[in-house]
Ligand binder design. Structure first.
Ligand code: PMP
Length: 411
């Protein structure tokens, strides 16, 4: 008999479906700007040279075996990953107030954090709510809802100006009840590519302090935004320094190109060492029932890169290669649309400057759903319906084809 006669058919994941359509497309000049994964100038996935070096060393290390890791992960990995977010000298770390748990990449960190909140946070009202930016990474909604917490949107992006709705953002932070949990992107906001400036971060921080909000940081792109690991961690370090209660969900998928190895961590900054220990003990209990213990390979690779000065320097070069190529593509696309083709910019903009102002892996082009559909159907250019493109999918061989396609659908 059918045990699940009433289970409705779920829709496929839109990004993964987009990739499947791209793969099936026979067009010789098809372009995939959907998925957020780095590609070389030849449009190929990139195994970072530093990861290759570390992996060779790992293979030759006689002490490496396939025993279980501790429940909270490989200690040298979580320690080094913590240092990467908070910096070498950080008061919270020195005081023993930061605890870290290895997770299944950034998604796993977001899930574990949301689960912990669902179970233990004393929410300001009867409703369990976590605030998310409008828009945000689509998975945030599902991750939060899955643990019985309601995602509530705060204003972030202004469609008219294709820029930050800074006043709306601050106003919504002010309006939220005291001690609300606010999910913020550490840098390189997905999907918009729109980040606050350093001055704007200071004002956001002031409201967090004034309203005693909890900062739930998602850091999936450290190094991808500016090419500088320290600079990209600036927002989080500032919040930690000012003692905003906070956590950080960290991913090494993008900056180490370790997408399928699921390397990440959840870092919680507690008020004191006792709270830190209690939180870690409960995260450990949750982790045990969910995944028992995390996978080792990627954690070994990353901890070697972070603790060996030679590998670390080499990794910084790899990051510069990736972020640099993305920035070059922003410049190239801007020059083509703005100067060469004189493509009419989206309504509300005088030019295509937003392509260069935005940061990180993604760009919100300002193309409307109709134009986006035409790009997919008539030009075999694959992008999400909200007009987001992965800049890493562009290269010196296809950027002109893409710009011409945009020019055609816009006119
Ligand atoms: N947060 C954001 C904002 C992301 O864009 C991503 C990746 N798309 C993640 C978290 C998690 O990615 P992963 O689980 O592969 O680390």
């Amino acid at each position: 008999y059918a045990a699940f006669p009433n289970v409705p058919q779920a829709p496929p994941d839109s990004i993964f479906q987009l990739t499947a359509r791209y793969v099936a497309d026979k067009h010789p000049n098809k372009i995939n700007l959907g998925v957020g994964a780095y590609r070389t100038d030849e449009g190929k996935p990139w195994v970072l040279p530093t990861v290759k070096k570390a992996s060779r060393q790992l293979e030759e290390n006689p002490d490496i075996d396939h025993e279980y890791l501790p429940i909270t992960g490989l200690p040298q990995f979580t320690k080094a990953a913590q240092g990467l977010i908070f910096g070498k000298q950080n008061k919270a770390v020195d005081e023993g107030r930061v605890i870290s748990v290895q997770t299944l990449s950034g998604t796993g960190a977001n899930h574990l954090a949301a689960l912990f909140f669902a179970k233990f946070y004393e929410f300001p009202t009867d409703k369990k709510e976590i605030y998310i930016s409008n828009p945000t990474w689509a998975n945030h909604n599902a991750i939060i809802s899955n643990v019985g917490v309601t995602p509530v949107s705060y204003r972030y992006y202004n469609k008219e100006t294709i820029a930050l709705d800074f006043d709306g953002y601050l106003e919504d932070l002010q309006k939220a009840p005291e001690r609300s949990v606010i999910l913020v992107h550490g840098c390189a906001h997905n999907p918009t590519g729109v980040d606050p400036t350093a001055e704007q971060w200071d004002k956001i921080l002031d409201v967090f302090l004034q309203k005693k909000h909890y900062a739930f940081f998602d850091s999936a792109y450290q190094g991808f935004a500016t090419g500088d690991l320290d600079r990209d961690a600036g927002s989080m370090r500032k919040f930690a320094e000012k003692r905003v209660p906070m956590l950080v969900c960290q991913s090494f998928a993008k900056n180490a190109g370790l997408y399928n190895e699921r390397v990440g961590a959840l870092h919680v900054v507690a008020a004191d060492i006792k709270e830190a220990e209690r939180v870690k003990s409960q995260l450990s209990v949750l982790q045990r029932s969910e995944i028992s213990n995390p996978p080792a390979y990627g954690a070994h690779i990353v901890s070697m890169i972070l603790t060996n000065p030679e590998l670390f320097e080499s990794w910084k070069n790899d990051i510069t290669t990736m972020s640099g190529r993305i920035i070059e593509m922003r410049d190239a696309l801007f020059d083509l649309l703005n100067d060469k083709l004189k493509t009419p910019p989206p309504p509300g903009r005088k030019d295509w400057g937003h392509i260069k102002e935005q940061i990180g892996m993604f760009s919100f082009t300002g193309l409307n759903p109709d134009q986006t559909k035409k790009l997919v159907e008539e030009h075999s250019v694959y992008l999400t319906g909200n007009g987001r493109i992965s800049m890493a999918g562009l290269n010196t061989h296809n950027v002109e084809t893409f710009a011409k396609a945009v020019d055609e659908v816009v006119r």
